[in-house]
Design a protein around this ligand. Structure first.
Ligand SMILES: [Zn+2]
Length: 496
């Protein structure tokens, strides 16, 4: 059998915290922080210079040049590449010995003396990207004929990209506490190399050196209280196409049902049988988060208005956000680990439904919102992590996965058990089938149904003549919609 594989790219980001701590006390640390601020500010100003320059020479960005296409054996036209635009812009704005007279109104060398050329090239490239996307948005807007929504002028601020030559990571293999980055920074008076200790970890080292991942230029991200390098990596991924996978009679499918107490119920199926089940429980996350949100809601109620900016609330929100992010990474790691056991498997998610945030107290509603957010994060991170391993994700029709019997396909009921008594309840933890008398954990039953939906069994069989109205209501006739372009294009990063 000819293997029809397609190539894609997975990306991920690992954060490296710069140590601006008070360890050495005194002026050094505060000035180190000030240097970073001065650098970002100067780079923003230089970027603003080139954004203005390209806006003033917008015609150059749409200039076409002709070239001979080897592939088509004929003269063709194309736009100027970013490198050609960069060379052209430098020629007009930078003073050199061979070329002492740049445009009088656009003399970058005078406006920004001693500016390192690597940073200059970085800001020129940023400016090209910003102005190009602005012009294309503007042209789309003109064509749309709308009155409102005119695209705003491109801004100039960005997290600076640190290209080779503006930074270096100095690692002491023996004592990682001695690790630091050397950064070319602007002190407010001149450009200089300055060392910044980093909070280096084994985790970072393992990701940095992992086979198959290629380093990209990091970005310097300056936050109110700390500074980080965001180090991204890309990996070329070969994955089987979904249509190809479906031809495999022994295909393994890994299905995930996302819920509240059981954050995820993962089931693997092969040859029609469930071969593995993993319950990922929330270990009190929902309760813990609810407690915090209750406090926030109380404070808001006492003060009579949402106190978004208030210090302690901001800390609580930050804490809740980090809790979710951490849980999302843990759960998605468990999902990717199950996939890793079955090379060539397909990962199945339901198209995400929202658990309605309506009803109940304010803190309950806030908690529901966070739950939905967490489900979205788990879904995204799991797709990214699995894809980096060569596993493609498919999103299946979620209709009825929690209501139908995964054994015989009949409509069943949910119930919970209290003090030995069975109480029928819409959100009951257990599932019971009135036809075949199957009983199971409701989330497990739903997870097994995700496979059924993928294979279009029972309830999920394509209808012969779907009435047009019903087809519309259930969100389109095709229950098998491959995760949008996943695999074809780059996956989003998984910042950590
Ligand atoms: Zn049944």
């Amino acid at each position: 059998m000819r293997m029809n594989r397609h190539m894609g790219q997975a990306t991920r980001t690992t954060k490296l915290l710069l140590d601006l701590g008070k360890r050495t006390q005194g002026g050094t640390n505060t000035s180190k922080r000030a240097y970073l601020e001065a650098t970002v500010e100067l780079l923003n100003a230089a970027r603003a210079f080139y954004v203005a320059f390209f806006l003033a020479h917008a015609d150059k960005l749409s200039e076409r040049v002709s070239y001979f296409s080897e592939k088509h054996l004929e003269e063709r036209e194309r736009a100027l590449s970013a490198n050609e635009l960069l060379t052209w812009a430098e020629f007009l704005t930078v003073e050199t010995n061979e070329h002492p007279d740049p445009l009088r109104d656009w003399n970058f060398s005078r406006a920004f003396p001693d500016f390192p050329f690597l940073y200059r090239r970085a800001v020129i490239k940023d400016a090209i990207g910003k102005v190009k996307s602005y012009l294309s948005n503007l042209s789309n807007w003109h064509h749309s004929g709308k009155q409102k929504g005119k695209p705003g002028q491109p801004g100039a601020s960005n997290h600076p990209t640190l290209y080779e030559g503006t930074f270096s990571l100095e690692l002491d293999g023996l004592d990682q506490r001695e690790s630091f980055v050397r950064l070319k920074i602007y002190t407010g008076e001149r450009w200089a190399w300055v060392n910044y200790p980093v909070k280096y970890s084994r985790y970072f080292e393992q990701r940095r050196t992992e086979l198959g991942w290629e380093q990209q230029s990091p970005k310097l991200v300056l936050r109110p209280k700390h500074a980080e390098l965001h180090c991204s990596q890309v990996k070329a991924v070969k994955a089987r196409k979904i249509n190809e996978s479906k031809q495999d009679p022994h295909l393994v499918t890994v299905a995930v049902d996302l819920n509240v107490k059981n954050l995820a119920v993962i089931t693997a199926r092969q040859d029609g049988a469930i071969i593995e089940t993993v319950f990922v429980r929330d270990h009190g996350l929902d309760q813990h988060r609810y407690g915090h949100l209750k406090r926030i809601a109380q404070k808001q109620w006492l003060s009579g208005k949402p106190v978004k900016g208030e210090h302690s609330n901001r800390q609580l929100w930050g804490h809740v956000g980090r809790m979710n992010e951490e849980a999302a990474h843990k759960v998605s790691r468990s999902i990717a680990n199950v996939c890793a056991k079955y090379p060539g498997c397909v990962l199945l998610f339901e198209r995400l439904r929202k658990i309605p945030a309506k009803g109940g107290s304010k803190s309950r509603r806030m908690n529901r919102k966070r739950t939905n957010q967490l489900r979205g994060q788990i879904n995204q991170h799991a797709k990214d992590k699995a894809y980096a391993q060569g596993t493609v994700t498919v999103e299946v029709n979620p209709h009825g996965t929690s209501q139908y019997c995964s054994r015989c396909g009949a409509r069943g009921e949910r119930f919970s058990s209290r003090g030995g008594k069975r109480i029928q309840a819409k959100w009951g933890k257990l599932f019971r089938c009135p036809v075949c008398h199957y009983e199971a954990h409701a989330d497990f039953n739903a997870s097994v149904n995700v496979h059924r939906s993928f294979y279009r069994e029972w309830h999920w069989q394509p209808r012969k003549k779907p009435p047009p109205k019903a087809a519309k209501r259930s969100g389109g006739g095709d229950p098998l919609s491959p995760a949008t372009g996943r695999g074809e294009e780059a996956c989003g990063g998984t910042p950590r």
